[in-house]
Design a protein around this ligand. Structure first.
Ligand SMILES: *[C@@H]1O[C@H](CO)[C@@H](O)[C@H](O)[C@H]1NC(C)=O
Ligand SMILES: *[C@@H]1O[C@H](CO)[C@@H](O)[C@H](O)[C@H]1NC(C)=O
Length: 309
């Protein structure tokens, strides 16, 4: 199990690094500055050796990626006013509001907002979609904006196989046959169309279950270079995995590297107190991002505060 995870990790790392190297324009590659080295205590000796910039680049002792990223864990501690807002939020009627959101969202083409709204995307953009299913969403984004890289995570082999077939020869699309979670793990689930989830009741005979492989979300983002590069859009519709992913990026400074974050929230038994979790995310996300659209407890889009659009 551990070995498989390590193998998956290494494969992801290599494939994603290659993908970035091939598709990244030179002008967007950020070389760490001397200040970055000096900041990093593990490299103090390196920085103080007074090497020329050139020599650093040619040296074999180029720091490993996790040493040059400025990844930091952040303790989640709400301020008094954030805590106050959560207390108020927790009084909301999740069931009723979710039902209303659902009805509004799927009436009169309102749902088109989840692809139409991303007009900031262009031929330079990177999109990460978690929960690709059979590609209804990716088709829309690709035909509207044709981003430079479109990375789709789809853990169910049946669907990811369909995606691979659909995007055969499409150079800017990469399909990865795993999902994200707080840790590397494999669950056995009932293949259930767009509702396949490890948080559903999967209580059927084992021989009818399919594997759902997941990779530690923090490891995944770091290995694809988030922290050096930014992701233009992270969009998640993954039957409950959104909570683990939000926890991973909000409990660290990774959140700063996602320019736009679009989320579909699910409320399944295995997910705990989703009212409380949703209320907390509203506070945590609004530290760095501003809300663009929201159908409460269902779909929403956040844009980083420094961006006009
Ligand atoms: C995105 O949605 C928001 C909220 O409905 C709206 O104000 C904005 O104009 C939309 N942007 C685009 C480009 O459609
Ligand atoms: C996930 O990966 C991060 C970064 O390597 C690590 O700090 C964290 O402990 C991992 N989480 C679990 C639950 O293994």
């Amino acid at each position: 199990m551990r070995q498989t995870s390590v193998k998956i990790g290494i494969i992801v790392l290599i494939v994603l690094m290659l993908f970035f190297l091939v598709y990244e324009k030179d002008d967007r590659i950020q070389t760490p500055s001397r200040a970055d080295y000096a900041d990093n205590t593990r490299n103090i000796a390196f920085a103080s050796a007074d090497l020329s910039e050139n020599k650093i680049c040619n040296s074999l002792s180029i720091p490993l990626q996790h040493e040059i990223t400025q990844y930091k864990k952040i303790e989640r501690q709400l301020t008094d006013s954030e805590h106050e807002a959560v207390v108020v939020c927790r009084k909301r009627d999740l069931k009723e509001e979710h039902k209303q959101s659902w009805e509004t969202f799927f009436a009169n083409k309102v749902e088109y907002i989840r692809w139409n709204n991303h007009t900031y995307l262009n031929g330079d953009s990177t999109v990460v979609e978690v929960g690709g299913n059979v590609g209804a969403f990716s088709d829309k984004i690709l035909s509207l904006f044709n981003p430079r890289r479109y990375i789709i995570l789809e853990p169910m082999t049946k669907y990811s196989g369909m995606l691979v077939g659909k995007y055969k020869g499409v150079q800017n699309v990469m399909v990865l046959n795993f999902g994200l979670a707080s840790e590397d793990r494999t669950d056995w689930v009932k293949l259930d169309g767009i509702e396949t989830s490890r948080f559903q009741n999967n209580n059927i005979p084992k021989n009818q279950l399919s594997p759902l492989r997941q990779v530690n979300a923090t490891d995944f983002f770091l290995s694809m270079g988030v922290g050096i590069y930014e992701v233009d859009l992270l969009t998640m519709n993954c039957e409950g995995c959104e909570y683990d992913i939000l926890d991973a990026i909000l409990d660290s400074n990774l959140i700063n590297y996602f320019r736009h974050v679009q989320i579909s929230y699910h409320h399944l038994n295995g997910l705990g107190d989703t009212l409380d979790r949703w209320c907390q995310y509203q506070q945590l996300l609004s530290r760095t991002h501003r809300l663009i659209y929201q159908y409460p407890f269902f779909w929403e889009l956040w844009t980083r505060k420094d961006l006009k659009q």
